[in-house]
Design a protein around this ligand. Structure first.
Ligand SMILES: Cc1cc2nc3c(=O)[nH]c(=O)nc-3n(C[C@H](O)[C@H](O)[C@H](O)COP(=O)(O)OP(=O)(O)OC[C@H]3O[C@@H](n4cnc5c(N)ncnc54)[C@H](O)[C@@H]3O)c2cc1C
Length: 189
């Protein structure tokens, strides 16, 4: 078997259980990875534990409205923590995934990789299907790997609706992204 299994991360009440399940799977079958959320205060320590176990991380900002006791609630602080964890992962020597549509963080990842001589085949970007396709194409044209996240299968619709309901801001995001992208497409004609 040569597939790769990534364990998505739910809200902070599920972090320990998800990491434990990932750890067991990783010991039995190396080709696994797990998600770490920059919004959580614990994530730096989790990243160190995963790296020590030889694991692969998908770094995201975190999709949930979490309490201040466990999470950074200020966007600038989440972004700063993402940048810090991203640099740690890029310099770790193993292959990780940077899941973000944030152009500033993407530019920063590229700058770190170029400065440190980290090859384009040593990490990948990940984005949601249909979101910032212009950015996805630009990265691919520059030789970077971009993996696109697609909910599929019989349960794709309830899954999609649940993700929207968890964070109603995503509805606005989605509409703004469509309008922005359409605007760019029309201007580019
Ligand atoms: C491949 C992938 C897997 C993920 N897996 C998980 C997971 O397991 N657990 C988890 O908690 N979170 C997960 N997420 C979601 C993630 O945590 C963020 O909520 C989401 O990616 C938005 O953060 P951002 O880094 O793009 O930055 P933001 O600052 O939130 O967004 C930057 C810009 O990207 C655009 N954008 C971002 N999100 C959307 C959207 N949904 N629709 C339309 N436009 C958008 C907007 O233009 C926005 O201004 C995943 C994200 C991706 C891409």
């Amino acid at each position: 078997m040569d597939g790769f299994v990534r364990f998505d991360m739910e809200d902070h009440t599920q972090t320990d259980a998800t990491l434990a399940i990932w750890q067991a799977a990783h010991e039995a079958y190396q080709r696994t990875g797990v998600v770490i959320q920059a919004a959580l205060r614990r994530s730096s320590a989790d990243v160190e534990r995963i790296l020590a176990a030889g694991g692969r991380v998908r770094l995201c900002k975190g999709a949930y409205d979490e309490p201040r006791s466990v999470a950074y609630v200020n966007k600038a602080t989440v972004d700063a923590n993402y940048a810090k964890l991203m640099e740690r992962l890029l310099l770790s020597g193993s292959y990780h995934a940077l899941a973000t549509h944030d152009p500033r963080l993407i530019a920063r990842a590229i700058a770190i990789a170029e400065r440190q001589g980290i090859g384009r085949d040593r990490f990948e970007f990940q984005m949601l299907y249909g979101v910032r396709r212009d950015l996805q194409r630009m990265l691919v044209a520059r030789g970077y790997a971009v993996r696109v996240y697609v909910p599929y299968g019989h349960e794709w619709y309830p899954y999609f609706m649940r993700r929207l309901a968890e964070r109603p801001a995503n509805v606005g995001f989605m509409l703004r992204a469509i309008v922005k992208e359409e605007g760019r497409r029309i201007r580019g004609r």
